[in-house]
Design a protein around this ligand. Structure first.
Ligand SMILES: [Zn+2]
Length: 444
């Protein structure tokens, strides 16, 4: 969720969309679907008339753009995979792409190779405005002081933060965050007194665990904490909410800008239906049942230079057929169960999504008190290595027991576990620290 400076340069467009989003917030589910149908017809017509790949695909499948009238008709169009984008890149570019002011964007490709794609100026505008809506839902008001702990501020060991006057924001580098400078960062936060803190869950968890494991107290009121870009593990949420005494709002999106899901004040996850159509598909690319896990597949309304229609994101989710008691009538997502790459092989060779320890309540959270950072690395089909950073070794036995229980219950009793204690866990260049690293994934 990084924004380029140019994202702020379209105040008129941003304001116009924001005004619409304020209005559509009151839409019924049916009105939201009608809005989606209209947006869908427009992108499908454009794709057929201007994008060689889709023109060819529709003809091959015997589809006319007029056949796709509603989101119910979408399954007629074959899905778009990362592999197709790599192989047919030039054919996916619209012949009138220039008029949408696109720029070349790229995913980090932390496993496998990066994915390159074109993205319209409007995607930046939409992303900025929808995030503004999400921040507002979390209590943000213009000019409020906020702090950000993520990979945006590059920083250095000596220069951990910078102040952005325009944004009224303290930007803290997650890359150089270490147990030894947590106090320095907490003192700086205490001077600045942010109302909202945003950032990578692991980084905020680390700072929170410093508070929870010491006599340090956060003596200023924080309205809310917004997390994104990494999995918010249950233990992270417990620790962060305890340390800062406020609610965590988790946000889920992808760099490709195709789907946006965020948590409301009731703690439910909502898909922002004005942003895109989201489907959850099973392994056969058929709609997953409610309560069944499937892959998030989305159709973006904002990218005309390179339309992504039924794009398979590689992220897994479970839908729920329910409504929420908050103001929003958007689709409710029961759970985002990690990314395909956040998965480990069990001893039978099956890929199992692994999203944190099985911590579902405060009591279990207490069993891992003293845990500062952790990472599970799959070394072979029958062995995982667990890297742990702990406050002191007296808590080791308790923590190892909890990890062993969680790992064996999901990956099999035969799984060998090696615990390795470290001072810190290496971060990626973008300052992120994934909880799961599967070294075998790229080899299968
Ligand atoms: Zn809600």
């Amino acid at each position: 969720m990084k924004f380029k400076i140019s994202d702020y340069l379209y105040p008129f467009e941003i304001f116009k969309l924001f005004r619409f989003l304020n209005r559509s917030k009151g839409f019924s589910y049916q009105q939201l679907v009608e809005y989606q149908n209209e947006k869908l017809r427009s992108i499908v017509h454009h794709a057929y008339n201007h994008v060689p790949y889709y023109h060819e695909l529709f003809n091959e499948c015997g589809i006319k753009p007029g056949d796709i009238q509603t989101i119910e008709d979408l399954p007629a169009i074959p899905v778009l995979t990362k592999e197709i984008i790599r192989n047919r890149y030039n054919d996916l570019i619209a012949d009138n792409a220039d008029q949408f002011n696109p720029y070349e964007n790229m995913t980090s490709g932390s496993t496998g190779s990066p994915l390159k794609f074109l993205q319209d100026k409007n995607v930046s505008i939409a992303r900025f405005t929808f995030f503004w809506r999400i921040w507002k839902m979390a209590g943000y008001k213009p000019y409020m002081r906020w702090a950000q702990i993520d990979g945006m501020h590059i920083g250095s060991k000596e220069n951990l933060w910078s102040f952005n006057r325009t944004l009224n924001s303290l930007q803290i580098s997650s890359y150089y965050l270490h147990e030894r400078n947590c106090k320095q960062i907490l003192d700086k936060l205490s001077d600045f007194k942010p109302k909202i803190i945003r950032g990578y869950p692991m980084a905020i968890f680390m700072v929170s665990q410093f508070v929870n494991n010491s006599s340090y107290t956060v003596d200023y009121p924080v309205k809310s904490i917004i997390t994104y870009s990494e999995n918010l593990l249950p233990e992270y949420r417990f620790a962060i909410e305890k340390a800062f005494n406020c609610k965590v709002f988790d946000v889920f999106s992808q760099w490709e800008g195709v789907c946006l899901i965020s948590e409301c004040e009731k703690g439910e996850l909502h898909q922002h239906m004005e942003f895109s159509v989201m489907e959850v598909l099973n392994a056969d690319n058929k709609p997953a049942e409610m309560d069944e896990k499937g892959e998030i597949t989305a159709t973006s309304f904002y990218n005309y230079s390179m339309p992504f229609i039924r794009y398979k994101t590689g992220d897994l989710a479970i839908r729920e057929n329910t409504s929420c008691s908050c103001d929003l009538n958007h689709m409710v997502v029961k759970k985002i169960s990690g990314r395909k790459k956040d998965a480990l092989f069990d001893t039978g060779g099956n890929l199992i999504s692994f999203k944190g320890l099985q911590i579902s309540n405060k009591d279990i959270y207490d069993t891992v008190e003293g845990l500062l950072q952790s990472q599970i690395v799959q070394a072979s089909l029958d062995k995982v290595k667990v890297y742990l950073v702990v406050k002191n070794r007296s808590s080791s036995e308790r923590i190892e027991k909890e990890f062993t229980k969680s790992i064996k219950s999901r990956l099999g009793d035969e799984m060998n576990i090696e615990f390795i204690y470290a001072d810190s866990i290496p971060k990626r260049k973008n300052g992120k620290t994934p909880f799961v690293r599967n070294n075998l994934l790229n080899k299968v």
